[in-house]
Design a protein around this ligand. Structure first.
Ligand SMILES: [Zn+2]
Length: 318
């Protein structure tokens, strides 16, 4: 009851769906206008395909704000290594709000450490200026608590996730499609795992529908460390032959970087909250996504700002 009811205050036709991560739509004068891509649960089903930019210009560019590891605590003054996650996310949302993309994706570790209700309440507070204007989709990380998150971002009843107990789904984003996966095993356990049920769902999903380019979003990083995604080899077995999958986007490491696995782009988002090393930026990434490529621009808020504003273009594999 908590978050959703209050979040909806003052907005017509706005709502938050559990399985849709956070879906908002806005009633404009003269009719309801979908300002963001719609949540699509069934394969290939879509609605409101292109947002305002695409529909105005016909350019088929879908612009998104990508954030990760916001680490919001119940205490708004919580800080680490001299960084203040609450203030940093406030800055990021202000920047995003001043030049609205079609939506936002947050790849986990929304909460500081153990996914407390207060953490999500503060995240919700910071998000309020964007509510009803653009959709926000969240994948959960190892410092998140699935139940607490879903309690704050409540959904209407009657919607069941495609994989029981996992917070996953798909988003039509104009020229591309997003699939958000859930690599949270257990709150505050560092390593990540998709698990067989989710991998099976993904494999089946990828075998259906059109060949629109797909970007996968999840929390855990892809090195071969104990804290990384443990079933990466099995995930790669599924996505390597599925050529519609063009990129994997994730966080967790608090390191900004691009790499490649047999033509599949690997995009490691920086943390919005704090870095673990002085060489790393904190901030968010603006993605301009097209049918054949994506351009990623860093908005550095602190840490190493050398790459602030730098664009990186990735061509999708065919
Ligand atoms: Zn993490």
């Amino acid at each position: 009851m908590k978050g959703a009811a209050r979040m909806s205050e003052g907005m017509d036709h706005s709502r938050i769906t559990r399985r849709g991560f956070l879906r908002f739509s806005l009633a404009a004068a003269g009719g309801v206008v979908a300002l963001g891509p719609r949540w699509s649960a069934a394969q290939g089903k879509k609605k409101g395909d292109s947002g305002p930019e695409g529909s105005r210009s016909g350019s088929q560019i879908s612009r998104w704000a990508l954030l990760s590891d916001t680490h919001i605590a119940g205490d708004t003054e919580d800080n680490y290594r001299g960084f203040y996650p609450y203030r940093n996310l406030q800055k990021a949302f202000t920047q995003i709000g001043s030049d609205l993309p079609e939506g936002l994706v947050v790849t986990g570790d929304v909460a500081r450490l153990t996914g407390q209700m207060d953490d999500y309440e503060n995240f919700r507070k910071l998000l309020l200026p964007l509510v009803g204007r653009r959709p926000t989709y969240v994948a959960l990380g190892n410092h998140d608590d699935r139940d607490h998150f879903l309690d704050v971002f409540e959904s209407p009843a009657g919607q069941r996730p495609p994989v029981k107990g996992k917070h996953i789904g798909t988003v039509d984003a104009g020229p591309v499609r997003f699939i958000l996966l859930d690599s949270l095993i257990s709150t505050n356990l560092t390593m990540g795992l998709l698990g067989k049920a989710q991998r099976t769902w993904l494999q089946q999903y990828l075998q259906t529908g059109d060949d629109k380019p797909v970007l996968l979003f999840f929390h855990h990083s892809l090195r071969d460390e104990d804290g990384d995604l443990q079933d990466l080899p099995r995930l790669l077995d599924i996505i390597k032959p599925a050529t519609k999958v063009k990129a994997l986007v994730y966080g967790h490491s608090h390191e900004y970087g691009f790499s490649d696995c047999e033509g599949i782009h690997l995009v490691n988002l920086p943390s919005v909250a704090f870095n673990f090393g002085d060489d790393q930026p904190i901030g968010w990434v603006e993605a301009r996504l097209e049918r054949a490529s994506g351009t990623f621009v860093l908005h550095a808020l602190g840490g190493n700002r050398d790459q602030d504003g730098r664009a990186r273009e990735l061509r999708w594999r065919s």
